[in-house]
Design a protein around this ligand. Structure first.
Ligand code: FES
Length: 103
């Protein structure tokens, strides 16, 4: 069953930013949108497995650092070539100043 996992303090991630989170042998990317909402996705690009946390958050998209493919981090949908396969998304929340994701 999926459980809520503590990721970091809200102070560790800026608005319109992304942070890498490794847990249980998998890599995730956790986001804060420009208005402070929190999101989580798989951490590796579906094109050639670059770390998305090394990429750039622009509004509600993450741009991969390797070939500039883009995903919507709210839905996981691929938005720009060369990516064409969606990334997984996970529930995320902020509780008492702690960022948590459900995996
Ligand atoms: Fe992400 Fe190529 S590895 S676009």
């Amino acid at each position: 069953m999926a459980e809520w996992i503590d990721v970091c303090s809200e102070d560790d991630i800026d608005f319109e930013d992304v942070v890498r989170f490794d847990h249980g042998g998998s890599t995730y990317a956790v986001y804060r949108s420009p208005d402070g909402e929190v999101f989580a996705t798989d951490g590796l690009c579906t094109h050639e497995e670059a770390h998305l946390a090394d990429g750039l958050v622009l509004d509600d998209t993450i741009e991969c650092p390797k070939h500039n493919g883009r995903f919507n981090y709210r839905t996981g949908a691929p938005l720009r070539s060369p990516v064409c396969v969606a990334i997984g998304t996970y529930p995320a929340r902020m509780v008492n100043g702690r960022f948590e994701i459900q995996i």
